[in-house]
Design a protein around this ligand. Structure first.
Ligand code: IPE
Ligand code: IPE
Ligand code: MG
Ligand code: MG
Length: 337
C-alpha cells in the first residue's frame, strides 16, 4: 500500500510540475530576458562565468513567486520583474559562494564555477552578481524594497555563518537547524513574496500574510532540499548527493534519526565524529534512516508549515495566480517522491 501511495505522488508530481511550467512559461521567458539584459560585463572572465550561469538554468522559483504574487494582486508592471530578478541574483550570488564553502562540484546539472574555474573566480563573480542585484533593486524605485532586501542579504550571510559555526560544535539541535534555514533560505522566499505586495498594493495585512507564506514555503523548501541530499537522485537533482553528510552538516534527516535511535545511537555518534567519512558510512546512515522511516518522518515534519503557508493565502481573492501559489507549495513538498 505504501509503495502504491508513493507511486501516486511520483506521477502527480511530474504532471503537476509540467503543468506549472506551462502556465508560467511567458513569465519565465520575461524573467530570463531581464536577467540577460541586466547581467552584462565588459570583463572577459566575468562574461564567461555569466554565460555559464545563464546557460545552466535554475528552477527560478523565487522570481516566479514575486511575479505570481503580484499577478494575484492584478499587478504586472516592469518593477515586479526588477524585483524578481534582484531576488534571483541574490540567490545566484549566494549559490556561487555556497558552492565554494561546501566545496560542491555540481550545480544545475553542470560543474560548478569553483570547479570549472576556481574558488577565487567564483567568489568574485558572486560579488559581481550580488552588486548587480542591488542595481536592480534600485530600479524598483521603492526604498522599502531596498530596505527589505538589503536586510535580508545580511540575514542570509549570517545564516551561512551560523551554519559554519555549528559544523565545529557538531551539535545536533533542531532549534538551531530551524534558525539557520530560516535565515539562509526562508527569508529570501519571504522577501520575494512580501516585496511584491509592497510594490503592487502597499497593504500591510497582505504584506504580512505573504511574508509568512514565503517564510513557511522557504522552510519547507530547504527541508526538502536537505532530504534530497540523502534520498534524492543526482541526475534529476543536478547536484551531488551526500554533500551535507560528508561535510558534517547536521540537517533534519540526521536530527530526526538521532531522536529515534536508542541502542544504535552510539553507531551514529561514532560515524558523525569521524573526520574522514567513507561511502560505507553514508550507506550505513542511509540504512538506519530507512529502518526508522526518516524520509516519511521528515516529510511529515513539513506538514505543519504547509498548513501555515496555506492559511496565509486566505487573504488573497481566488484567482488562477493564487491557485498557482498553492500548486508551487504542493510541488515543493513532493519534488522528492
Ligand atoms: C538551492 O535552491 C539552494 C537552496 C536554498 C536549497 P534552488 O533549488 O532553488 O536552486 P536552483 O536555483 O533551482 O538551482
Ligand atoms: C543553501 O544551502 C544555500 C543558501 C540558501 C545560502 P545548501 O548548501 O543546502 O544548498 P545546496 O544544497 O548547495 O543547493
Ligand atoms: Mg551547498
Ligand atoms: Mg543542500
Amino acid at each position: 500500500v505504501k509503495l502504491l501511495k508513493e507511486k501516486k505522488f511520483a506521477i502527480n508530481y511530474s504532471k503537476k510540475a509540467n503543468e506549472i511550467k506551462h502556465l508560467v512559461k511567458d513569465d519565465l521567458a520575461r524573467i530570463d530576458d531581464y536577467l540577460k539584459l541586466n547581467l552584462i560585463s565588459e570583463n572577459k572572465l566575468t562574461g564567461e562565468i555569466i554565460t555559464h550561469i545563464l546557460n545552466s538554468e535554475g528552477k527560478r522559483i523565487r522570481p516566479l513567486l514575486s511575479v505570481i504574487t503580484a499577478k494575484a494582486l492584478n499587478y504586472d508592471k516592469a518593477e515586479i520583474y526588477y524585483l524578481a530578478c534582484a531576488v534571483e541574483l541574490i540567490h545566484t550570488a549566494t549559490l556561487l559562494h555556497d558552492d565554494v564553502i561546501d566545496e560542491s562540484d555540481k550545480r544545475r546539472g553542470f560543474n560548478t564555477v569553483n570547479n570549472i574555474w576556481d574558488n577565487k573566480s567564483a567568489i568574485l563573480a558572486g560579488d559581481f552578481i550580488f552588486a548587480k542585484s542591488f542595481e536592480l533593486m534600485v530600479k524598483t524605485k521603492n526604498l522599502n524594497v531596498l530596505d527589505n532586501l538589503a536586510r535580508a542579504s545580511s540575514v542570509i550571510s549570517e545564516g551561512e555563518i551560523a551554519q559554519l559555526e555549528l559544523l565545529n560544535t557538531k551539535e545536533i539541535s533542531l532549534a538551531k537547524y530551524l534558525e539557520v534555514i530560516s535565515a539562509k533560505t526562508a527569508r529570501l522566499f519571504a522577501e520575494a513574496c512580501r516585496n511584491s505586495v509592497v510594490i503592487a498594493s502597499g497593504n500591510e495585512v497582505l504584506e504580512k500574510a505573504l511574508y509568512d507564506f514565503g517564510n513557511n514555503l522557504g522552510i519547507i523548501f530547504q527541508i526538502i532540499d536537505d532530504m534530497l541530499d540523502y534520498f534524492g537522485d543526482e541526475k534529476s537533482l543536478g547536484k551531488s548527493i551526500g554533500d551535507d553528510f560528508f561535510e558534517n552538516k547536521i540537517t533534519l534527516p540526521i536530527i530526526l534519526l538521532a531522536q529515534e535511535l536508542k541502542e544504535e545511537s552510539v553507531i551514529l555518534q561514532e560515524i558523525l565524529a569521524k573526520d574522514n567519512k567513507q561511502d560505507s558510512d553514508f550507506r550505513q546512515v542511509l540504512s538506519l534512516m530507512k529502518k526508522f522511516n526518516i524520509k516519511e518522518k521528515s516529510r511529515q515534519f513539513t506538514m505543519s508549515y504547509n498548513e501555515l503557508a496555506l492559511s496565509c493565502l486566505t487573504v488573497l481573492p481566488n484567482s488562477p495566480s493564487k491557485a498557482l501559489l498553492q500548486d508551487i507549495l504542493e510541488v515543493s513538498i513532493y519534488r522528492l517522491n
